[in-house]
Structures are given as structure tokens and as C-alpha cells.
Design a protein around this ligand. Structure first.
Ligand code: SAH
Ligand code: SF4
Length: 337
């Protein structure tokens, strides 16, 4: 809820205006129960607990990497839904990868979340709560958020927009929109819709292939909106927001990692305000995809760079804790936990 919406409720209860502010501040800090709100009279705390329910992400499992400072959370909601978030420490501060849906209906072939199917959308509060619970658990303030966990953010459009408005609210969590990245598999109509909001966030596209032949094989969404339609939307997005679009490219041995693929990709991205992230694919149990060799990744990178394209070979964080999304939940769901 926004401060205005909380004020409507406190008005109905005939409470003074400053009570709404107090409650909003507590909620922004991740209060899970009204009894935590110690500057409210005790009777009021009990009354609020009877009327309202704070729907927060509870920690079901916390896995800390021994290799780096990555922490993976398996969260559970009131209805037993399980989702994952990953907290990462960088030199410039903390970044969190949050989920937007329980499962996903896009069915990408290499993705553990996609293999598990779709259960439900997360509410704006449930997306927000993943950040708040991690901040509280570690006594830290998170400065960067990536919508790159479980689910397709643009398939839960209205809730994600509302989440973006809440998380950047100056009176609330006050995160900078420039510190937020939204990742999509390429729902082209929604990319145009997002563009209209003119948010200065980073749009990240899970491209993973240079042409329709390969992309349609691994990502069913490409049969609806093909590579050209997607790249046109990206060009427009970059031009209208003046923000660099990021392309994620998971390197799969023998599928999308040839020099020919690199050349094709270079040709298509040439001149676009963009950045390419090369990531060795994480092998998941459900498929036999393997990561490309370091030599192949380096070759691919060189070919793109020769066309003036900015490329990063992404580090792998938390490899010992199944830190790529969908993997941990998959393990739990299989065991029926
Ligand atoms: N649905 C959105 C955001 C969540 S997926 C999207 O697809 O963009 C987050 C990222 O992880 C995407 O770039 C996705 O393509 C990538 N991903 C999924 N499975 C992967 C795997 N096995 N190895 C590497 N990256 C993977
Ligand atoms: Fe969904 Fe993204 Fe996984 Fe595709 S890669 S199935 S869109 S979460």
C-alpha cells in the first residue's frame, strides 16, 4: 500500500494522520507484525493485527556461499508458495535478485523455473518483501535490485509497475530507479507499454540466440515475437529513454556459441546503444545443455568487440549454493517440502 492508501484506512479508524506515516515507515523497513511498531499504543497494535495482515516473505532456507558473499534465500508465503532471491555483495554495495512470479509460463528450455511451470503471480508487496526480509536478516541496506529471479516480470505487468513505484517512493524505501534492472525474455507488446512510463531503469533482454532458428528452438516466446521484432523494440526503447539496453546471452556448448553465431549477432546489434553479457549456461537436471568452454566464450567476445559492441564475460556467483534461480526451489518442491 502507498502512504495515501494507508491514510485512507487510518482515516476510517479515525486515527490522527501521523499514525499512517508511522505505519508506512515501519512497513518500509520490513515489519512483519504490528506488534513490532513500538511507537503505536499497545491497544492500537492489537486492533491493527486483528484487521490487517502483513504478507511478508518468510525465510524457509538461507544458504551462504563459502566461495563469495552470495546468500541465497528460499522464501515461503502464507499460502505455501516457494520462491527464491539471491543477495550479492559488490564493491559498490548490495544487490538483490528478486522473483516476480511463482514459477513461469514462458517455458524456456534451459531454465529450471520454466521447467517447473506456472503457479501464480506475486503481488507488489510480495516482491517488495523479498528485499525487506533480506535487509533485515543481514542488517544492511540494499542499493540495487534486479528483476531476474523466478518468473517473467512483464507477464505480471501491473504488479511489477506498482512494485517499481513503491520501491522508489521517497517516503518509503527510496531506491533509485537507475539502480533497478528489469529482465525479460522478450514480450514485445509489453516492452512498448513499459517505454511509455519513461522509467530510467535498465532493460535487460534474455536474447540467448542470434537468429530465429536457434531462438525458437530454446525459447517458445520467439515464435510469437521474433528476433527482429524484439530488436526493433529494443532500439526504440534505447532511443526514447537514452538508456543502454543489456542483452543476456547464455553460452550453450554446440547450440549458440559458434563464430558464425557471434558474427550474426554482431551484425544485428551494430550501432545500437547496448551491452552484451556472456554467461556460461548453468546446467540443470532437466536438460543436457552444457556450458561453452572458456576458449569459445573468449572467441565469441572478441568477434563482438571487433564490431564495437561492449561485452562482459559475467562472473558466476555462488556456484556452491545453486544460486541460479529455480534450482533450489526445484529441489524442495520435488521433495514435497
Ligand atoms: N524471465 C525473465 C527474468 C528471469 S530469468 C527473463 O527470462 O529474462 C533470469 C535470467 O536467467 C534470464 O536471462 C534467463 O534467460 C537466465 N537463465 C535461465 N536459466 C539459465 C541457465 N540455466 N543458465 C544461465 N542463465 C539462465
Ligand atoms: Fe521464464 Fe525467464 Fe526462465 Fe524463460 S528464462 S522460463 S522467461 S524465468
Amino acid at each position: 500500500m502507498t502512504l495515501e492508501e494507508i491514510t485512507e484506512q487510518t482515516d476510517l479508524l479515525r486515527l490522527p494522520k501521523y499514525r499512517a506515516k508511522q505505519i508506512y515507515t515501519w512497513l518500509s523497513r520490513g515489519a512483519e507484525d504490528f506488534s513490532e511498531m513500538t511507537d503505536l499504543p499497545e491497544g492500537l497494535r492489537c486492533q491493527l493485527n486483528e484487521i490487517f495482515f502483513i504478507n511478508s516473505a518468510k525465510i524457509k532456507k538461507r544458504l551462504a556461499s563459502r566461495i563469495d558473499d552470495t546468500v541465497k534465500y528460499l522464501y515461503v508465503f502464507y499460502d505455501g508458495s516457494l520462491i527464491e532471491s539471491v543477495l550479492m555483495k559488490y564493491h559498490h554495495g548490495y544487490s538483490i535478485c528478486v522473483s516476480t512470479q511463482v514459477g513461469c509460463r514462458m517455458g524456456c528450455d534451459f531454465c529450471a523455473t520454466g521447467k517447473g511451470g506456472f503457479i501464480r503471480n506475486l503481488t507488489p508487496g510480495e516482491i517488495l518483501s523479498q528485499i525487506q526480509t533480506a535487509q533485515k536478516d543481514n542488517g544492511i541496506r540494499i542499493s540495487n535490485v534486479v528483476l531476474m529471479g523466478m518468473g517473467e516480470p512483464l507477464d505480471n505487468f501491473d504488479n511489477v509497475i506498482r512494485f517499481l513505484q513503491l520501491v522508489t517512493d521517497e517516503k518509503g524505501m527510496n531506491l533509485g530507479m537507475r539502480h533497478i534492472t528489469l529482465s525479460t525474455c522478450g514480450l514485445v507488446d509489453r516492452i512498448y507499454e513499459l517505454q511509455r512510463y519513461d522509467f530510467p531503469l535498465t532493460l535487460s533482454i534474455s536474447l540467448h540466440a542470434p537468429n530465429d532458428e536457434i531462438r525458437s528452438r530454446t525459447m517458445p516466446v520467439n515464435r510469437k515475437w521474433n528476433v527482429d521484432a524484439l530488436l526493433n523494440a529494443c532500439r526504440e526503447y534505447a532511443a526514447s529513454t537514452s538508456r543502454r539496453v543489456t542483452f543476456e546471452y547464455a553460452m550453450i556448448n554446440g547450440v549458440n556459441d559458434s563464430a558464425r553465431c557471434a558474427g550474426e549477432l554482431a551484425k544485428k546489434l551494430k550501432g545500437m546503444l547496448c551491452h552484451v553479457n556472456l554467461i556460461p549456461v548453468n546446467s540443470i537436471e532437466e536438460t543436457d545443455f552444457n556450458a561453452s568452454s572458456e576458449r569459445k566464450i573468449a572467441e565469441f567476445k572478441k568477434i563482438l568487440e571487433a564490431s564495437g559492441i561492449a561485452v562482459t564475460r559475467r562472473r558466476t556467483l555462488g556456484p556452491d549454493i545453486s544460486a541460479s534461480c529455480g534450482q533450489l526451489r526445484g529441489k524442495y518442491a520435488d521433495r514435497g517440502v
